[in-house]
Structure formats: structure tokens, C-alpha cells
Design a protein around this ligand. Sequence first.
Ligand code: HAM
Length: 416
Amino acid sequence: MKYTVPRGTRDLLPEQAEVFRHMEVTAAELARIYGYHELRTPMFEHSELFERGVGESTDIVEKEMYTFSDRGERSLTLRPEGTAPVVRAVVEHKLYNGPMPLKLFYWGPMFRYERPQAGRYRQFWQFGIEMFGAEGPRADVEVIALGWRWFQQLGIETELVMNSIGCPECRAQYRQVLIEYLRKQELCANCVGRIDRNPLRVLDCKHKECQRRLEQAPLISEHLCQPCADHFQAVQTGLDQLEISYRLDGRLVRGLDYYNRTTFEYKTKELGAQDALGGGGRYDGLVELLGGPTVPAVGFALGVDRIELLCSASAGAETPRSGLFLVATGETTKKADQWLYSLREQGVAVQADLLERSFKAQFKQADRNNCRYALIFGPDELARGEAEVRDLETGKQTAVALEKLTEHILALEGVK
Ligand code: HAM
């Protein structure tokens, strides 16, 4: 048997893992600057949480969940997204009783049984933020701006697309208009099944024929009530002030049921069909739906894997040399090992030969490992109470007295 990763999953090899790590560090730092705190929820939850939270007639719940019974015959689901779990935690721990707004972020793997292709996996990572307790448009602007800023920091070009899908009141009216229109169209079986249950979802159908027939469908953005229209206008004005550009798209409905008012996606042209780098919106009713009080909320989740594909494609630049390689042989190895561990304790990144290689081979290794310096413990140098430090970038070599060595190394650039 030849073992491979399960379909739709992937190993992050060291180079990719490094990009991931960089992305995670910048995300957490950006979240901190904007005043968000991390929340970690379990990788699986009770299935009902997603059925209720994400919506019974969404693609996620209908076809994409990894659901299983555990030995106690509970139905559990690997989380397909992070919002419902965050809301569950907020309600379970009554976090809404603390200072408002409550601002949370998360980073972690999500699971969806989708047909794998470039940028679409069955296990993928999301960076998400969720803000609770602020219903005004400035909250929407802050959330959208944070995502925008992250893309800027990563050097990724993205197009922000926005829509408003109104509130339950204006949506109820629009729903009737839409149902009437949809009944007159020839649509796929999946769409027909959804017309009465969840007509907005029909607009999201990926079938080319359906898409063509839905071109003339009435749009929610044309049926907003005044408060919803005002809210959306204020979000746009806020983004204008920050000079964040966006495109309005009345057809952007998003694939999850909990949204109201502002919805948005960050799109790219670089990844073919998988054009959404992230998405989010307002979900003022979800906390209540999942058993909490009425608490307005807004948030997003960004697709880390898709963003990593773009980062890696645009990287190309050579990573600068860093750290030290300790070169020693035979009788000097023992002494050198003491330095190896004591320098590491000081936070210096030091590697050393573990395969009893020759001097020459060790220099080669230092070079292959992209080390900035070689720290050379030769028998003659040691006899003089010295070691040599060679800058592998410039080739310059300096003899340093052992009692000055730590100080000398700590003052070097690029050793930590
Ligand atoms: P979503 O649009 O389902 O929203 O997912 C957000 C992002 O996750 C997508 O735009 C995409 O970049 C990435 N993504 C989704 N599925 C896959 C996949 N199979 N492979 C790779 N990347 C994928 C949500 O999940 C909402 N919880 C967002 C949200 C947070 N709304 C409010 N707060």
C-alpha cells in the first residue's frame, strides 16, 4: 500500500509552512492593532449547530459537511466555517455580558466535502474576525478595512465587491417578487427545490443555464427599506473616506443563510473559478437564532490557502542568509558543542554538523542551509584561545578571542 494524503488535503512543506506562518503572524498582529482578541473553538461541533446556524438549504449543509457519529452516537461535524462556532461560544460563555463591542479573531482549519481543484480543498484554513454588539455602519467599515489592510500588507491585489441584502422586513417583500419571477423560469432541479424554501440561494446557482436565465432576476438592492439603504450608503461613505475602492454587485448573495444588510467579498482574477479570497457581512440575527439575546454582529473569513497560492506565486525573491553554522571537527567538537548550546540559549540561531563531516563539507552545508556566518573552531585557533567568524556573504573572516565571542556574535546582524 502506498500512502498518500487524503483527497482534497495537502501537506504544507517547510517553504509553504513558512509562508503560512508569516501570514498568521501578520494576521494576529493586525488583529491586535485593531483591538481583536483570539478565540479558539474545537475542530468539531454538534451537527445541529451548523444545520441551524449556516442554514439547512445551503450547499454547505446539504452536501459538504463531514458529519459522523461518535461512539456515543452523537452526530458531530468537522467545522465547515468559523462563525457559527464563535457565536456558540459567545452564547455559551455569555461573552455578550462583557464590554461591547466584543471583538474576536480566529485562525484555523475548516472542512468541506467539495470537489477539489486549484485553490479549493477539503481542509483549508481561514483567518476570521467577528465583531458583536455594534449595529452602526462604522462597524462594517472597520471589519472591511481590516481585511483590506491585510491584503495590502501581504502585497496582494484584490477587488472588494459589496452588496446589501436588506433586513428580514425588506427581504420578505423582495422574496415574494423573486419567487414570482423564479416560478416563471426553467431552472435546474436543485433550484426548483429551493424556490420556496430559500429563493435567494437560487441566485447563487453555479449552472451556466440557470445563470443565464437569472440575468434579469429582480435584485434585493432595488428593494431595500429606507433604514437598510441608509446603512449601506453610510458603509460606502466610510470606505470612500478611507480610500478603499469597491464595486457594487446586486447579485452578491453569499452562500450562507445568516446574513443581513452588508455582504462583501474580496475577489481575485488570478485563481480562475476560485475567485473569492474571502467574504463576510453582517449577521444581526444569528446570536438570537443560536439561543442568545439580540446582539448585532459583523465579520469576515479569508481563505488562507488561496491567499498563500498568490503570495507564493509573487514571492520569488531570495530569502536573506541568516544564522550561524558552527564548524568544528574531531577534538574541537566537544568544546564547540558547549558553545553551540550556550549560544542557542542566548537566542542565536546556530546549526552544527551531526554527521562527522570534513571541514570542507561543513562549509558546503553552511552554504546550503543559507547561513549568514560560519563560526570556526579549528584546533590552532582554539589553542590560541580564539575562534574565527566568517561572513559567508562577504567572505570576510575575523579572529575573535573566546572571552569576547558571545558579545561579538550578539552584536552581529542576522544571527537571531
Ligand atoms: P465563506 O465565503 O464560506 O464564508 O468562506 C470564506 C472564504 O474561505 C472563501 O472566500 C474562500 O476564500 C475560503 N474557502 C471556502 N471554501 C474553501 C475551500 N474549499 N478551499 C479553500 N478555501 C475555501 C464563511 O466561511 C463565513 N463564515 C465568513 C464570515 C465570517 N461571515 C461573517 N463572519
